[in-house]
Design a binder for this molecule. Structure first.
Ligand code: XMP
Length: 318
């Protein structure tokens, strides 16, 4: 007897009563959960919802501008903060996966705290937490909420963590969140987006990061994802992405030997990210995509496809 329409109606009423005329801050990630949470709050309190969307420089190609535009089109009161340089500078020289994650978490908290402090008299922190996040420690949904949670007990609390917390999706599963979004007429492409980790491309560039490596991986990833969409495969895959390997391999271009980067493509089927199978993508798709990557993306001369399942492999390589 649960229906998305009734959920929206009840939740919006509850939020109105609970929040009254208070100001609320929410970190948007571009993902489904934070976007649907924002839309519910927007319906309840309008301009008193202050959304912050941080570019950590590790998003997909054009993602920051595209998604920001989409949020603005939805009527959200959203501020895009381009903190790419701050993140990439902090990551320079770091190659350990956990150190990279911690650095990104720390810088995110600093940036978000600065922005939240600029909103006068803010009383609440809204989060897109869903039921599985409550019971699991690692969020497959990524984004600000996952980052915040894993850094709870580091040093003194940032100011925004002293705010009261409101989590309108806390009792829902992912498919219910999508249905709630659809019942509010949210864009199907936004609701159908693959999960993307909070640390973004940083954990798909094995070893240390440079701006050039981020650029290469963004280009490779864009070819792969665009092709999945144009072949009608995107919605058949639970998560997909490219990994930049820390090795060069020999190739040949014309009469010249090349010595360039190798990338791996990964596409998995899963229900919750806890277990996963690699997807049997058509050979022709892989062939076309590999050719296109090598022809278009300067610095890459080899593409491999990851055929490992979880367990014992993980979805990400770091
Ligand atoms: P693994 O690699 O553990 O990934 O099989 C399972 C799911 O979790 C995502 N993931 C992360 N999400 N912060 C996040 O927000 C992280 O540090 C992180 N590491 C992995 C991964 O993309 C997959 O969906």
């Amino acid at each position: 007897d649960w229906t998305p329409n009734a959920f929206v109606e009840e939740t919006v009423e509850d939020l109105k009563v609970k929040l009254g005329n208070d100001k609320v801050v929410l970190g948007l990630s571009g993902g489904v959960d934070s976007s649907v949470a924002a839309m519910l709050l927007h319906k309840a309190i309008g301009k008193n919802l202050y959304c912050i969307f941080v570019n950590n420089g590790l998003l997909r190609k054009n993602e920051f501008t595209d998604v920001l535009k989409q949020y603005e089109g939805m009527g959200l009161n959203v501020k895009g903060v381009d903190a790419s340089a701050r993140f990439l500078d902090a990551l320079a020289g770091k190659s350990d996966p956990e150190e990279k994650r911690k650095t990104i978490g720390r810088v995110f908290i600093e940036v978000f705290d600065d922005e939240a402090n600029e909103i006068k008299d803010v009383k609440w922190l809204a989060q897109g937490t869903i039921y599985p996040d409550v019971i699991e420690s690692v969020s497959a949904t990524g984004g600000p909420s996952a980052t915040i949670k894993s850094h709870h007990n580091v040093g003194g609390l940032p100011d925004f963590m002293k705010l009261k917390v409101v989590e309108p999706l806390k009792a829902l599963f992912k498919d219910e969140v999508r249905r709630v979004g659809a019942s509010m007429d949210m864009d199907a492409q936004l609701l159908g987006r693959h999960p993307f980790p909070g640390p973004g491309l940083a954990i798909r560039i094995l070893g240390d990061l440079t701006r050039e490596k981020v650029r290469i991986l963004q280009e490779v990833d864009a070819v792969f994802i665009d092709n999945l969409r144009s072949w009608g495969l995107y919605d058949k895959v639970w998560q997909a992405g490219a990994i930049l390997l820390p090795v060069n391999s020999v190739g040949v271009m014309g009469d010249e030997r090349t010595y360039e980067k190798c990338v791996a493509l990964r596409a998995v089927e899963s229900t919750d990210g806890m277990t996963a199978d690699w997807v049997n993508l058509p050979y022709e798709f892989l062939q076309k995509t590999s050719n296109e990557i090598i022809n278009k993306v300067k610095g890459v001369n080899r593409v491999v496809y990851d055929i490992s399942s979880k367990p014992p492999a993980t979805i990400e390589w770091e």
